[in-house]
Design a binder for this molecule. Structure first.
Ligand code: ZN
Length: 404
């Protein structure tokens, strides 16, 4: 990870403004009739100009050959060790919806599911019920009382919710109850270490109550839980980097990971376009030194296997980009958290094309446009995502010299 001891020592509280623009799952591969990657194929005149003026490189999220989830991949972009600081998806969900998670709380992600008369799962997402169908069920679950522990259930979106348990001495080392397949019953809550046994008992008691209160509902008549965990209490951006940082994201998980590292999360709507998100940056430009802007649909369209739709998302970002450039950031980084090639319909291990524009200090390389193959020859070379923050700070002239 970024050397936090060194960062604390060298980071200055004044200097330039930084924008970290993350197009989730940006990297890709050629596919079918397309000989270019999605980013190479997309019509991106603004990014291409920035690539010509600035420099490119390839970012490795976790380690070579490792396909990351978005949570750890973002921690790496923020300079944190993504392997040494495992963060449960439940914690990210809780923080993402703005739940006031306490250090002792254990949080999990919940799904409504459908089970048959024997209790076997027939649909792991309960027919993907809408949020308005799910809300009264969430409210019922929130009424459950288990002696010895406080429980909180909050809606996330559609069939997804968050469960938090609050009591002294809880331990989040629990296995998922989602068997990941249909035709099997949900798994019992199981402790992964002896210290977590009491927490597992609370969860088993809660699940039994959940089954009882949902038994006459259809199609959501049961739940599964996964991603149990507790707040890892990470060092915060203002403390390590001396940055007053803000997050502009639409999806809860990215707001969650931003809160974990001490960013303020700015208000967005669920249907915000890249242009809308950039407008939020402009509105708060004077309030912060650092903006993390997250664009989700690049990843979603990659997972759909839709090469063209992913290219369209990239183009919509490019068209809106002048809004950000008008703010004249001292450092603009455009990258992804990982690659999501439409060809593979999933996240992948391929390094992520990255663009650095820092007019006062970057060394222009030979790149003509923004894309994977150009980035292979770029001036930033191959680098670990965890090194991006020190680079950003340096180019914003926010790091003192090391030693005399
Ligand atoms: Zn991602």
């Amino acid at each position: 990870m970024a050397d936090f001891k060194l960062m604390r020592q060298l980071a200055k509280s004044d200097g330039g403004k930084i924008i970290l623009l993350v197009l989730d799952g940006l990297g890709g591969l050629p596919m079918g009739e397309y000989t270019e990657t999605t980013l190479e194929y997309a019509n991106t005149p603004v990014m291409d100009d920035l690539a010509q003026e600035g420099c490119l490189g390839l970012s490795h999220p976790i380690a070579r050959g490792i396909t990351p989830g978005s949570g750890p991949a973002h921690l790496a972009l923020f300079g944190y060790d993504p392997v040494g600081t495992p963060v449960g998806r439940g914690v990210l969900s809780a923080l993402g919806i703005g739940f006031d998670l306490k250090p002792e709380d254990v949080a999990a992600r919940g799904n409504f599911c459908s089970v048959d008369a024997r209790g076997y799962i027939t649909d792991r997402r309960a027919g993907r019920i809408d949020s308005d169908v799910a809300l009264p069920l969430v409210e019922k679950l929130d009424q459950i009382n288990i002696p010895g522990v406080e429980t909180f259930v909050r809606q996330v979106k559609e069939y997804r919710f968050m469960l938090a348990l609050r009591a002294e001495g809880l331990n989040g080392a629990l296995d998922d109850t989602d068997p990941q397949v249909t035709g099997k019953p949900p798994l019992p809550a199981t402790a992964l270490e002896p210290d977590a046994e009491r927490t597992a008992e609370f969860v088993r008691a809660w699940l039994a109550e959940a089954q009882r209160v949902l038994q006459n509902d259809h199609p959501a008549n049961m739940v599964t839980l996964r991603g149990f965990g507790q707040d890892p209490i990470l060092p915060k951006f203002h403390e390590v980097y001396k940055l007053n940082a803000a997050c502009v994201a639409v999806y809860p998980m990215y707001k969650g990971v931003s809160r974990l590292v001490g960013m303020d999360v700015l208000e967005t709507g669920s249907h915000f376009t890249p242009s809308d998100e950039f407008k939020v940056v402009a509105e708060h430009w004077d309030d912060y030194d650092f903006f993390f802007v997250h664009i989700k649909p690049t990843d979603s369209r990659g997972e759909d296997g839709d090469f063209n739709a992913k290219a369209s998302v990239i183009e919509s970002v490019d068209q809106a980009l002048p809004k950000l450039l008008a703010l004249k950031p001292d450092v603009l980084l455009i990258t992804g958290d990982h690659s999501t090639p439409a060809k593979l319909r999933s996240h992948s291990w391929h390094p992520v094309p990255t663009l650095l524009s820092a007019p006062a200090s970057h060394l222009r390389d030979s790149a003509k446009r923004f894309g994977e193959r150009e980035a292979q020859r770029g001036g930033l070379g191959h680098f670990m995502a965890q090194d991006l923050m020190p680079l950003a700070l340096a180019h914003a002239l926010r790091l003192e010299k090391y030693g005399a």
